[in-house]
Design a protein around this ligand. Sequence first.
Ligand SMILES: NC(=O)c1ccc[n+]([C@@H]2O[C@H](COP(=O)([O-])OP(=O)(O)OC[C@H]3O[C@@H](n4cnc5c(N)ncnc54)[C@H](OP(=O)(O)O)[C@@H]3O)[C@@H](O)[C@H]2O)c1
Length: 317
Amino acid sequence: MKAKNCLIFGGSGQIGRHLIRKLTKNNYRVTVVTRNIHQKGHIIKTQGNAGYIEIVEANIFDENKIRKLIQNSHICINLIGILYEKKGSSFKNIHTLFPSILSKLCKQYNLEHFIHLSALGVSDAVESKYAKSKLDGEREILKNFSLSTILRPSVVYSVDDNFTTNFMTLLSRLPIFPLYYSGKTKFMPIHSSDLVEVIFNVISKNIYSQVIECVGSETITLKEILEKLLNLIGKKRILLPMPLFLGKLSAQIFQLFPKPLLTKDQLKLLQYDNVISGNYKTNSDIGCPAKCLFETEVEKYSSMWREGGQFAKKVNL
Ligand SMILES: NC(=O)c1ccc[n+]([C@@H]2O[C@H](COP(=O)([O-])OP(=O)(O)OC[C@H]3O[C@@H](n4cnc5c(N)ncnc54)[C@H](OP(=O)(O)O)[C@@H]3O)[C@@H](O)[C@H]2O)c1
C-alpha cells in the first residue's frame, strides 16, 4: 500500500512527538510544520526513521506556504494550542482563526481527513476565553469541512508533559501548595500513548465522528492528583485550600511571568469538572478505551523527583 502523507501542525509538542512515532512506525509519511527548525528540528527528526519525516519551517498564517503543503497531503492534523496569550498569539488567532483557515484549505484540496485537537469541557466553561476560542474553532471546522474529526482530550500526561512534571517540581520545592476550589475539580487524565492510539485509529479506520471526548479510565480530583504525586515522590506537603479572592490575586501576579504558572483565565476553567459530558462519543465508544492507569504510569518517571533518585528505597508516608 502506498504510504499516506500526513501534514502535522504542532508536531514538536508533547502529543505530536508521540504521534509522529506511532504514524511513522505504521508506514505513514509525516510532514511537520514548525515555527523554528533550528530549535525544534532535532526533537522532531529523532521521532521516526529517516525518510519518513520532513520538517518545514513556516509562519502558520503564511497561507501560500500552507496551501502548497496541503496540496501534497492526504491527511491534516492540527495539534497547535496555547494555554495563555502572548503578544501576537491570541486565543482567537490560534484556536479559532487558524483552524478555520486550515479546514477551508482541506476542503478546497479534497483532503481525506482533518483531525483537530480541541479540549474537554469547552462547551461548559463559557467564562473562559481559552474555552470559548476552542469552541468557536470547532464550530468553524464543522462548518467548513465535513470530513473533520475533533478530539477533546482531558488533561494529557506522560514523562514529557507540562502537567505532572511541573506539579512534581513545585511540590518538591514548596512547603505549602495552594488548592484552588478546594481541589475538588474532577479530571479524567489520559496518557499520551492512549490518546495517540485514538488519533491513529481515527486516521487508519476512517472514523469521521464529529466530536470525540478522549479520557482515561479514572476520575480523579485535583487534590487526589496532588496526593498521588506527593506519595510517588515521597514528600509530605500541606495542601491548603485557597479562598477565591486570593486565588484571583495570585493568578493576577503569576500571569505577569513569561511562562505563567496560573492565569486568571485558567482559574476560571478550573471551576468546571473536566469529565465526559455524555453528549458525544468517547474514545471507548470508538473501540479505544484507555489502557494506562495514572499512578502506575507516573511511578515510572517520578523517581526523578524522589530523594536519592531511581534506586532509592520507596518510603511509605
Ligand atoms: N496536553 C494537554 O494536557 C492537552 C489537554 C487538552 C487539549 N490539548 C490540546 O492538544 C493539542 C496538542 O497539545 P500539546 O500538549 O501537544 O501542545 P504543546 O506541546 O503545548 O504545543 C504544541 C505545539 O504547538 C506549536 N505552537 C505553540 N504555540 C504556537 C503559536 N503561538 N503559533 C504557532 N504554533 C504554536 C508549537 O510547535 P513549534 O514550536 O514547533 O512551532 C508546539 O510544539 C493542543 O491543541 C492542546 O490545546 C492538550
